[in-house]
Design a protein around this ligand. Structure first.
Ligand code: ACO
Length: 370
């Protein structure tokens, strides 16, 4: 038995949700380039869960269901208020989602019907939790969700307490579409491993949030922004990046296990970053990002991934850095939930083997003889 480090190239599941073939990402057979420009996040979430784009009635019903469940249990809000103010927002989100199961009487109901309802509840509640955590950490009261508006609109409203501009809603909605699913990425795999023991959906989503938090996965978007802040100005980019590269420090937001010729999502976020910079009359973050890309791609051949330009996009939307990865989760919960439903439909426990490389033939000695 020989282990493949990081399971590179290992095909660990069959799935009909999303695919990456020759650098092209599709959700249920629809090219991400098509969906990013034309579809709303709600349409994409429905597509991931139910395998087809919704008609108008189905979309209206989804909106009603999302409205119904976006309101958080009071007990959860009270609990979140007890979290330390300097909480890591992803750690807090992981705890809050785990706690949410305690307030759902159907949490352990494993019927398809109950699980489909949990998908909607989680999709509705996750943005409310992230916005509430963001406000609570700043000493503000959470804002109740609006009814009849998109998730992007509602999230920006709940975070700021003000009606967002159309351009901000459109940009966030497109970012949510681009992050919704990505084949067997680390957090989705974590979710599938957890529910393959026939554990409940909240456990699967909690596992996924834990995996997304790391800087080699979703946490990279916050690390990119930290880097941009450290660099500070366009004239410092060259020396900063060259120093990092010569010290063999990874540049966050670059490289990918699957894409070697570029991440198809990155170009949409780059365009959005430029457009938001032009609108704000401040292209500094965009220009710094482009310069970093030129250097890293030029010297290492590494291309930006989905996290690289999302950092400048979220900053220009007025979102604080420590909410970037939770926003990734607002979108990716749609994909996690679709994968959990798929796993339940054709389940077998996921239990691979390990190549043992430790010592052999050890002899036990009592503690007094060691
Ligand atoms: N900066 C500098 N060098 C890099 C980078 C980077 N961002 N990424 C990879 N490399 C180098 C590695 O050091 C390694 O070089 P070596 O062969 O000389 O040792 C080589 O490229 C291969 O890299 P691995 O880390 O082995 O690639 P792996 O497939 O295991 O990891 C990963 C992929 C985690 C995305 C990696 O590229 C990375 O750490 N990137 C930075 C973090 C990041 O942006 N993560 C977000 C990924 S997208 C997502 O999850 C949403």
């Amino acid at each position: 038995m020989t282990a493949t480090k990081g399971l590179e190239g290992v095909v660990a599941a069959s799935s009909s949700i999303s695919s990456i073939v020759d650098g092209v990402l599709t959700y249920r057979g629809y090219d991400i380039d098509d969906l990013a420009v034309n579809a709303s996040f709600e349409e994409v979430a429905y597509l991931l869960w139910f395998g087809k784009l919704p008609n108008q009635n189905e979309l209206d019903q989804l909106q009603k269901d999302l409205d119904k469940y976006a309101v958080l249990p009071d007990a959860l809000i009270e609990q979140m208020k007890l979290y330390p103010k300097d909480m890591n927002r992803m750690a807090a989100l992981r705890s809050a989602i785990s706690a949410l199961a305690l307030y759902d009487e159907q949490a352990d109901d494993m019927s398809r019907e109950a699980n489909e309802l949990k998908v909607i509840k989680l999709q509705a509640q996750l943005p409310s939790i992230v916005a509430a955590l963001g406000r609570i950490a700043e000493g503000q009261e959470p804002v109740a969700p609006l009814q009849g508006v998109s998730i992007a609109h509602n999230f920006l409203y709940m975070l700021t307490g003000e009606q967002p501009e159309d351009t901000a809603i459109k940009a966030l909605d497109q970012a949510l579409v681009l992050h919704a699913d990505h084949e067997l990425n680390a957090s989705t795999f974590a979710a599938r491993v957890t529910v393959a023991t026939l554990s409940d959906m909240y456990s699967g989503i909690t596992s996924a949030i834990g995996a997304l938090k790391g800087p080699l996965h979703g946490g990279a978007n916050e690390a990119v922004m930290k880097m941009l802040e450290e660099i500070g100005s366009e004239d410092r980019v060259e020396s900063y990046i060259q120093e990092q590269l010569s010290n063999k420090v990874k540049i966050m937001g670059f490289g990918h296990r699957v894409y070697k010729n570029g991440d198809p999502r990155a170009k949409h976020l780059q365009k959005m970053s430029r457009e938001l910079g032009e609108m704000n009359n401040d292209l500094s973050l965009y220009n710094m990002s482009v310069q970093i890309e030129e250097i890293v791609t030029g010297s290492k051949g590494l291309k930006p991934n989905v996290d690289f330009y999302s950092a400048s996009v979220y900053t220009m939307l007025g979102i604080p850095r420590n909410l970037f990865t939770p926003i990734f989760a607002i979108s990716r919960v749609s994909g996690w939930a679709a994968h959990i439903l798929e796993q339940y439909e054709n389940n077998r426990i996921i239990r691979p083997r390990a190549e043992y490389v430790g010592p052999n033939n050890q002899e036990y000695r009592p503690v007094t003889e060691r």
